[in-house]
Write a protein that binds this ligand. Structure first.
Ligand code: NAD
Ligand code: DAU
Length: 332
């Protein structure tokens, strides 16, 4: 395996993975990315031109994908519409990219007999009660709640069907909530950090008791590389770093790290159908493939993330007013 095609490689997690591959392997990487509002060319800046190439295009473009897949050894598929709140306002791009786009990639890897790793989310399993002693495992039944998570669930099921019916060489991973540099400011953590930089109070949906299982994006990348290189074909691996925190705790940590009173936030209108809790049991990945996360200290990881947004205002500031206006229109 020398040539890797990374879909969605100009997004938050895909670009992290491209940097990770360049640091830790001698692979050459082609990124295919439509450069939607969520992408950023800057996230790929400085990478060696003889190792990384960006092709601007749509994963639902069958002839483009046929051509790119024919020239690669393996595909790592990150491209997606990724934000739950957007999927509640307009599901249509989620159906088009997450379902039709994945189908298009599957047909190309089937035709050219190429290896595929499909990147997905723990949200396909629905949510857990706060006091449920169980966490998600590879055997948890699918039960997605939102247009986003149901479109990702649909894409996972297509991948599994192409593996079983056509013998396509796939692995799948379902990861919990990522944080770190280059995350779009529509998402929870960067939204609150950039609000505070702007002198605006953090906004908590509902009571703030919903739990997310945080993992640093660097750890997601090392896990995907491990599965790509050593995972068993046809298998699913859950990726998580034992990072459960409720949203109130996370906002209070950000407030403290940025020198504010930890009660200086406001409650806003809750998300429709808001999942209560996600929690990952990553035993299979750890025991079978020997993976473990590097970022075990959430407070230290968050301090680095706060500093990154403080130092990269040129990157996020042009997007901030529009994002906040859209949230404000919904009482959020
Ligand atoms: P993101 O929104 O930051 O990036 C998505 C990228 O995909 C963007 O660069 C965008 O331009 C590109 N893209 C969108 N539609 C496309 C299309 N039709 N053709 C080509 N490119 C297209 O998303 P992210 O947070 O980096 O998530 C990446 C993947 O990881 C997604 O599949 C998501 O479901 C999965 N995931 C995300 C998280 C998380 O916490 N963010 C956790 C688990 C899994
Ligand atoms: O679990 C993995 C998923 O994590 C990924 O599949 C998604 O692509 C990714 O966006 C993320 O989904 P969430 O919906 O959990 O992330 P988000 O950052 O939108 O919200 C995190 C939590 O914070 C959630 O409970 C909603 C809440 N929230 C969000 C925003 C934007 C707030 O309380 N206030 C906010 O302003």
């Amino acid at each position: 395996m020398q040539k890797i095609l990374v879909t969605g490689g100009a997004g938050f997690i895909g670009s992290n993975f491209v940097h990770h591959l360049v640091r830790s392997t001698d692979y050459t990487v082609t990124v295919v990315d439509k450069l939607t509002y969520a992408a950023s060319r800057e996230s790929l800046a400085g990478l060696p031109e003889d190792r990384v190439q960006l092709v601007v295009g749509d994963i639902a473009d069958a002839s483009l994908m046929d051509d790119l897949v024919s020239k690669t050894d393996a595909v790592v598929h990150y491209a997606a519409e990724s934000h739950n709140d957007n999927s509640l306002n307009d599901p249509s791009p989620f159906i088009q990219t997450n379902i039709i786009g994945t189908y298009t990639i599957l047909e190309a890897v089937r035709k050219h007999e190429k290896r595929l790793h499909h990147v997905s989310t723990d949200e396909v399993y629905g949510d857990l009660e706060l006091d449920d002693p169980e966490r998600f495992t590879e055997n948890t039944p699918y039960n997605p709640s939102s247009p986003y998570s149901s479109s990702k669930a649909a894409s996972d099921l297509l991948v599994r069907a192409w593996a079983r019916s056509f013998g396509v060489q796939v692995t799948l991973s379902n990861c919990s909530n990522n944080y770190g540099p280059w995350q779009h400011i529509e998402k929870f953590i960067p939204r609150q950090i950039t609000n505070l930089i702007d002198g605006v109070k953090p906004k908590l949906y509902g009571a703030g008791l919903n739990v997310r299982d945080w993992i640093h994006a660097d750890d997601h990348s090392s896990a995907v590389q491990t599965i790509l290189e050593n995972g068993r074909i046809g298998e699913t691996y859950l990726i998580g770093a034992d990072g459960e925190k409720n949203n109130l705790e996370t906002v209070q940590l950000i407030l403290r790290l940025m020198g504010h009173d930890e009660n200086d936030f406001e409650h806003v209108t809750d998300r429709a159908g808001h999942d209560m809790r996600y929690a990952i049991d990553s035993t299979k990945l750890r025991e079978e493939l020997g993976w473990k996360p590097e970022f075990q200290d959430f407070e230290a990881g968050m301090a680095n993330t706060v500093q990154w947004y403080q130092e990269h205002q040129d990157w996020w500031r042009p997007k901030k007013a529009e994002i906040e206006a859209a949230y404000a229109a919904q009482g959020q």
